[in-house]
Design a protein around this ligand. Structure first.
Ligand SMILES: [Mg+2]
Length: 298
């Protein structure tokens, strides 16, 4: 882990399309004010085609079947139902069954990390970003440390805010992001959030963060991916998108602040920060429906 660096004056993509940013003309926020870089872990820092979540997904079903003494198929049904209803399967198990979260997290994250390969280009690109860098995950700290270490990026980050730190209130719950900001002295309007799940960017957008959706061609038939592909244009809470996080960050590091005016400060009323009620429901009028299945979180 590194000590936060003093942010220099800042930067944005030289070309709106080169790094996967929104099409020129689309409005959103840029990165001129970004001093804090916040990254989801699963399917964001490592590519979704590692399919780590297949292992986690399987182990969640196994754990629930044993915990409740129900057939595996029914455990899977509960797993998906709780994900949709409570934001994460873990949250549902805690609220409905009063489950102790620690054994669950230890079990579901006890996975084989062989598919995760070292990514020196990503580490170098993160190192070039000006300011603080943090991991914000619905998983456990131990899982995040193991995966980030395997990627070779753990040293890039000041700290990890995990589901335990969040008092087991997961993204996309609005209060979870407010808790994160308070805990680490993060000013949302000077921050950028990177995520692979669109609804997890709704609260960051409302708080004033710049948002980046990290996309993938893996899991092509997953309802979440089908939903994203169906967008005529990204919803308002998705300011930028990329299929290649390292390239996107590298593009940010080498560009001029002047070029960023295409994505920021262009008087889009709904791009301005809004206050959030604690535990306010997520979503807005233009938001797509929540995915019908879980992906990348516990
Ligand atoms: Mg994720």
């Amino acid at each position: 882990m590194t000590t936060p660096a003093t942010p220099p004056g800042y930067t944005a993509p030289a070309s709106p399309n080169a790094a996967g940013a929104r099409e020129e003309g689309a409005l959103g926020r840029g990165f001129e004010r970004t001093h804090v870089w916040v990254f989801d872990l699963d399917n964001t820092l490592y590519p979704a085609d590692c399919n780590l979540f297949l292992q986690v997904d399987q182990r969640m079903g196994e754990f629930i079947a044993r915990l409740l003494g129900v057939p595996f198929a029914y455990a899977r049904h509960l797993q998906k139902t709780y994900y949709r209803q409570f934001g994460t399967t873990l949250s549902g198990l805690m609220q409905v069954h009063g489950m102790d979260p620690k054994p669950f997290l230890d079990y579901v994250h006890d996975i084989d990390l062989t598919p995760v390969r070292e990514h020196p280009e990503l580490a170098a690109a993160i190192d070039k970003l000006p300011g603080r860098k943090l991991i914000f995950t619905n998983g456990s700290r131990r899982h995040a440390e193991r995966v980030a270490d395997k990627l070779g990026v753990l040293r890039c980050f000041e700290t990890i805010f995990d589901i335990c730190d969040a008092n087991y209130v997961p993204k996309p719950t609005a209060s979870c992001y407010q808790h994160f900001c308070r805990a680490h002295g993060v000013e949302a309007t000077q921050s950028a959030m990177f995520e692979d799940i669109p609804r997890n960017l709704e609260a960051p957008h409302a708080l004033g963060m710049t948002t980046v959706l990290v996309r993938s061609n893996a899991n092509h038939d997953h309802p979440l991916q089908q939903m994203i592909r169906a967008w005529v244009e990204p919803p308002v809470h998705v300011h930028h998108m990329t299929f290649d996080l390292a390239a996107f960050l590298e593009g940010l590091a080498g560009t001029s602040p002047v070029a960023s005016t295409h994505v920021t400060d262009l008087a889009r009323a709904d791009a301005e920060p809004k206050s959030l009620e604690v535990n306010a429901p997520f979503g807005h009028a233009g938001a797509p429906p929540a995915p019908a299945d879980s992906k990348g979180t516990a």
